[in-house]
Write a protein that binds this ligand. Structure first.
Ligand code: FES
Ligand code: FE2
Length: 459
């Protein structure tokens, strides 16, 4: 009898714990919390599309024109029963198609396209589902098949539909409106359903180069005319932070939407004096640096500049309260047009924030953020760390969680100021005077104007 009671008691406890863990996991997945909070921060456009996608899923009605079947998901192009005659031959194409773009087409990428690379998200944001990206009010559709990215203007050349509800088969995408199929490799119209040879009113779509560098995905806004032009767009000019190659660094990813110019969002990341007043970890008693170096041009990437400050850590900062360092070194860097680095060094430790601003429209910016640290960070692939595996991996997770939460609050604090910088007067929003510690953000502003705004015909 006693045995039965004891067994029942333990079984009950085990089942209870199991269902508690399961419920928690489910809750986390459902609300997509923790490290994917940025997925909730959508533009209104995307929210709309997101809902449509849900609807589409529910009614279960995506139609594959390549197979003439209703399908839940795209059938691989090789499995399609598409006959050869349904596809245009290359000769047909040269005769019957002509191209035009809504962007002025360039014969060759201007200045090799160095300053036309825009961050559009993290690698994990892209897959075989079409995603709409907006850069300076122009919409693009982007998808990823394994490690290959495709990008077209998100405006079907037939009647302007978005491709976001379309089907993807490897490199091709079908328009959800009338089912025309386009090739992501070159923007060419490959097929009109059941019309093997159409000799007018059809044309190709602007296509774009997309690359992934250090987990960030970039799109170059120069519209390409042919696949050879892709190779002329220079992707080696994209800045990569050294922390990415350092195995002792761990990184968490976040994003936040701001209601201001991308330029001002980046300026905020380079502004040393706001930290004491805006951020919990800042030093309000001593908000200015103790020392600042000259601005130095780095020779690793074009338009990469750096300044170094000595700064007194705030009482509530992690550096002061846990690591017991009073003085820190802050390295600020920028790489035009939209990347900034803030590297805080104390003893042998460092904490680095890298930001990438995506200008969505004039007063709308999405900031992608990587927060690196080399403390509470253990490379679990190293054999010496395997011995203490549970303890060290818990330390890693604890560090990730704390870094994520601190950065999440930091971004909200920045947003509470930047969103309300006056937008009515161009001169006022740039400020009427500066102090010496505004030197680096002013340096960024004037280089931004010289290299970027002037070549992009902006204010
Ligand atoms: S609008 Fe895209 S196929 Fe008609
Ligand atoms: Fe800030």
């Amino acid at each position: 009898m006693w045995k039965l009671i004891i067994i029942s008691y333990f079984t009950f406890n085990i089942l209870n714990t199991y269902s508690f863990i399961r419920a928690n996991i489910r809750h986390n997945i459902k609300h997509n919390i923790k490290y994917n909070k940025y997925t909730h921060l959508k533009s209104s456009n995307e929210i709309e599309i997101y809902n449509q996608n849900n609807l589409k899923k529910n009614v279960n009605s995506s139609f594959c024109y390549k197979c003439d079947k209703y399908e839940n998901k795209c059938i691989k192009i090789d499995d399609c029963n598409r006959s050869e005659q349904d596809t245009f031959s290359s000769n047909d194409k040269s005769n019957i198609f002509y191209r035009f773009g809504t962007n002025p087409r360039l014969a060759y990428p201007n200045d090799k396209g160095q300053l036309t690379w825009y961050p559009i998200g993290f690698k994990q944001d892209f897959g075989m589902k079409p995603k709409r990206i907006t850069i300076r009010d122009i919409n693009y559709v982007v998808w990823r098949d394994k490690n290959t990215y495709y990008a077209l203007r998100d405006c079907c050349s037939h009647q302007g539909s978005s491709f976001v509800l379309g089907n993807i088969c490897k490199n091709t995408i079908s328009c959800p409106y009338h089912g025309y199929i386009f090739d992501g490799n070159n923007g060419e119209l490959v097929q009109i359903p059941k019309m093997p040879h159409v000799d007018s009113h059809t044309q190709n779509i602007d296509f774009f180069k997309v690359v992934e560098k250090a987990n960030i995905v970039y799109l170059n806004t120069i519209p390409l005319q042919n696949e050879e032009m892709k190779s002329l767009v220079d992707e080696n000019s994209i800045f990569i932070e050294p922390e990415y190659f350092d195995k002792n660094q761990r990184c968490v990813f976040l994003s936040e939407d701001f209601e201001h110019y991308a330029k001002f969002v980046s300026v905020n990341s380079l502004d040393i004096c706001h930290i004491g007043f805006v951020h919990t970890f800042g030093n309000r008693k001593n908000p200015n640096p103790l020392y600042n170096s000259k601005v130095e041009q780095m020779d690793d990437y074009d338009n990469h500049y750096k300044i170094i400050y000595e700064y007194m850590a705030g009482d509530k900062s992690l550096v002061n309260s846990i690591f017991k360092f009073n003085n820190i070194t802050v390295e600020n860097e920028y790489a035009l047009p939209h990347t900034t680095v803030a590297r805080v060094k104390f003893g042998n430790f460092s904490s680095t924030i890298v930001t990438y601003a995506q200008p969505i429209s004039r007063f709308k910016t999405r900031l992608f953020v990587k927060a690196y640290r080399n403390y509470w960070s253990y490379d679990m692939r190293k054999s010496e760390n395997q011995f203490l595996y549970p303890l060290l991996s818990l330390t890693n997770l604890f560090g990730d969680k704390l870094t994520y939460n601190t950065m999440f609050t930091t971004l909200k604090q920045d947003k509470s100021i930047v969103d309300f910088i006056d937008k009515t007067n161009y001169r006022d929003m740039h400020g009427r005077f500066s102090i010496i510690y505004d030197m680096f953000s002013n340096h960024y502003k004037s280089n931004y104007k010289k290299f970027y705004e002037e070549s992009h015909d902006m204010i």
